[in-house]
Design a protein around this ligand. Structure first.
Ligand SMILES: [Zn+2]
Length: 167
């Protein structure tokens, strides 16, 4: 599986937010880029740059070297984007999604057609909880209605199949 630049950006955004895109694009294809260079080229505050880089570093998307600047006497970090880590990240995210969807599928399947939902969609709960509220929505007081959840179940099954197909 080859990841296009666009796909890489989607995966990274999905994992840690879309404010990383500017820096990600800037680092692409370069090595050991000074954090001050990133800050000046992208016209971003150095703290903001570091914040993004640390978040990327937390999931191993970037690595860095620290070197002492002999003239100024302080340390500067030089950053490199690890594109090869994106596949591992994608795998990890898919595994987590799969777990979540399987868990939800289990809950939905074991409460077949016995979910109760407020007609204004404020709340949705299983039979046990709905009984505790005498089938009244705790948010707005409307009578909750029994819901056919077969569509939710097929949706979840479809999602699971989708992820399994690329995993
Ligand atoms: Zn309600």
């Amino acid at each position: 599986m080859k990841l296009t630049d666009k796909r890489v950006e989607e995966i990274v955004t999905d994992a840690i937010g879309d404010d990383v895109i500017k820096i990600l694009r800037f680092l692409k294809g370069k090595r050991d880029v000074s954090e001050f260079k990133i800050s000046s080229k992208l016209k971003m505050d150095i703290q903001e740059v570091r914040n993004v880089l640390y978040r990327m570093h937390n999931i191993n998307l970037v690595s860095y070297k620290r070197k002492k600047d002999n003239k100024k006497g302080w340390y500067i970090s030089y950053w490199t984007f690890n594109k090869s880590r994106v596949k591992e990240l994608l795998k990890k995210m898919n595994t987590e999604k799969l777990e979540r969807f399987r868990e939800r599928l289990h809950v939905e399947s074991s409460n077949l057609n016995s979910f109760f939902m407020c007609p204004k969609t404020c709340t949705r709960m299983d039979f046990h909880n709905a009984t505790a509220y005498s089938f009244r929505c705790p948010e707005c007081g409307n009578l909750m209605q029994q819901q056919d959840n077969t569509k939710t179940i097929s949706f979840l099954k479809e999602k699971i199949r989708e992820i399994e197909a690329v995993a």
